[in-house]
Each structure stands twice: as C-alpha cells, then as structure tokens.
Design a protein around this ligand. Sequence first.
Ligand SMILES: Cc1ncc(COP(=O)(O)O)c(C=O)c1O
Length: 439
Amino acid sequence: MKQKSAREMQKRLHELIPAGGHTYSKGDDQFPEIAPGLMVKAKGAYCWDADGNKFLDYGMGLRAVAVGHANDEINEAVCKQIALGTNYTRPSLIELELAETIVDLIPSVEMVKFAKNGSDVTSGAIRLARAYTGKKFIAVCAEHPFYSFNDWFIGSTACNSGIPDEISSLTLKFNYNNLQSVEDLFAKYSNQIAAFILEPAKAVEPAMFGDKNFLQKLKELCDKNGSLLILDEMISGFRFDLKGAQHIYNVDPHLTTFGKATANGFSFAFLAGKKEIMELGGIYHDKPRVFLLSGTHGAESTGLIAAIKNIEIFKRDNVVKHHWDYGKKFKDGINAIAKQKGIDKNFAITGFDCSPVVEARNTEGAIDLSFLTLFSQEMIRGGVLIPWIAFSKSHSDEELKITLEAAENALTVYKVALENGVQKSLIGNAVKPVFRKFN
Ligand SMILES: Cc1ncc(COP(=O)(O)O)c(C=O)c1O
C-alpha cells in the first residue's frame, strides 16, 4: 500500500484529534502553510518530518529540550531505568534522590512535589496559595501569556468558553514592572488576594525601584499584604540559570514552578517552595488537608531519571552558559543581516540572549503577525524550523552558520515584502493568537 503523504496524514489528524494534536502551540494556526505537518524523528538540534525532510530546530519540543533531541547519555539512563520498571506501588528511591537534588540546587526551595505538566504544578501552587492564605483571588501578570490549561487561568483569556464567570472573575491582572498596578489591586481587593503569579523575566529586565528590582518590591508588597509570590520558571528555569531567573534577580519567592527544560523533553515538572506552605499538602499535620498534586504518573520514573541526568549534564557542561553564548552570536548575527539590508527598524531579534524573541514589524513599525509568519516561512525554505527561539547544547557553530545563511535569504524576501506588500510573498494565512474567542 502506498504510504499517505504527510499532508494527507495531517488532514486525517484533524478528523481524529480536535485541533489535530495535543498542544495548541503545535497547531496549524501557529505555523506557516509550508511548515512540516508531521514529525517522525529528532536528534541533536535537528528534526525530520514524515516526508523525510530535515530541519534545524529552534522549537525544541516547546522549549523542553535543552541538551539536544534524543541525547545518548540521557536516553541510556532512561533505558536502564525502564528495565527496572517505570511505576511502583510506593514512592521510589529516585524520587528521594531527585528531591534532594532540587532542594540542594535552588535556594528558595525547601520542599518539592513532582508532576508531568507545567499546568498541573502552577495549578497546584494556586490551590496551595488559596489554602494557606484563606483568600480567593489570584493575580496574574498580564504581559506573560500562559500559566496553565486549567480553568483558573484559561477563564481569564479570550478563549474562556466552558468556564463559568464565577471562576474567571477570581483571576485578576497586574502589569510587569508596574508597582502601581500591584498597589491598585491590593487597594481594590484588600485582604482578598491569595497570590501573584508571573514569570520572573520574559523579554525585559525587571525594572529598578531605588536599590530593589520589581520582583523584590513585589515580594515585599506580597509579604506586607498577606499574599504569596509565585515565580513561574517554566521557561526561564534552566535557561536563564540552572537555579532559575530568581537566582539572577536575587528574589526569594514563596512558591516556584519549573518544567520544560528540566528533563530534556521527558515529561517532568515540579512545584516547590517554603516548607510551611508546601507542608499543607502533607499527611502529618493537624491543619485542613490540601489535596495537592496526586497523579498516577506523577513519579513515573522515565521523567525523573531524565531530570537527574539532565541536571548532571547541565552542571558538568555548563549548558546555561552555552545558551547565553550561542544566543548572543545568534542575535548579533541575524541583527547584523537586518541592518546590512537596511530593515533593522522592521526586523530584530530582541530579548535575552539565552531566550530571544523575534520582533517582526510592518512598514508602519507595528508588530505584525503576517511579517512574523513570512520570516518563519522563509526560514523553513532554508531548512530552519523557528516558530520561536529555543536553544540546546547541540546548537553549535555549524548550526549558527546554517541559521545565518537561511536568515540572509529570509530577510531578502522580508525586505521585498516591505516594499511590495507582505501578501505577495506569504503562502496561506498568517499565524493567529492562541487565545482568541473564535477560530
Ligand atoms: C510560563 C509557563 N507556565 C506554564 C506552562 C504550562 O506548562 P505545560 O505546557 O507543561 O503544561 C507554560 C507552557 O508553555 C509556560 O510557558
């Protein structure tokens, strides 16, 4: 029987799976029309689609892979663990080993609880904060796009269908680097806010207020008002620093959440923080019990052993420094091409070197998803899959060279599109925001 083409199989996916996949960020509406539809393999910094096309990868499994796809050392450790069984009837020795490793690694952490998804650990943090403070409102940072697929957060987005207003109305918004927006919430919802949750840093540094930065001031305000500070390090953790961006900015959150790059693409995330709070999820205290995280697969061992090995490699090979160094060359290289073409006002790679962002602007200088899609489309033509920018230790000089060659061609097309109109060069639709009311 003739094998179906990747396009045909991609269509079939939508007949069988809503959205044609299990993560909206991987959806058709997040990629240019010419993007590979179905992947079959990944190794190091590269991935292959079902038609056999090879791409240099900057998606890295939604940023989860930070050493490299199918890393031999990590895979070997995982295979050894598989031979010992993957799910036991009582807690396992590697749970203890990994808990010790994380508590030793991150200064703010006194206790830790494992899960398989970031969404679950942020939701665990919210439940814990509500239980500990006895308050019901949660404040999320408006500039940071995603914290969880659960109701407490999705209810606050435009895509809130299926979530009662009673739940959505409990999630409030504040602005990054804006202390006034925090003070305003404390004034309006006096003594009712359980927690403030945010990524420590995304595209800009925390601003300084006197000798303290925004995060330190936010922590002070939380302490003063009886709220908890939750730092969500799902993206920044293991990329800004192995101890998280909280280490760089010298802030001590009450609770913190990590996932993604902690286990090189295996399923692992953790909620961690102060003992006094975390312990409410325990079974040896006399306070009301908090049903914290409790999953059949919470301590499934492949993710745990992958995290142990991943942390070992991060420490041994200084992977974080590699990300910062590679990122600087990546940013400088692409920005130099944009400048040389005279389009640096319309196109730039900005943000932190370890976790940059693409800023694609139109002729008016406004951020424009059509131009962003065009850049992504043309990079794909050059063999580079770059829906966002995530590095791994496997991205090296050779990969930088491939990237810059692809960018040279992509930005030539970009310049033409600025002159002649983007629709003439764009194949299919522009990418769309994930959080929209209607398709
Ligand atoms: C900042 C942040 N928090 C939480 C999550 C949720 O993590 P997961 O996709 O593992 O559920 C994400 C995922 O993109 C994230 O970027």
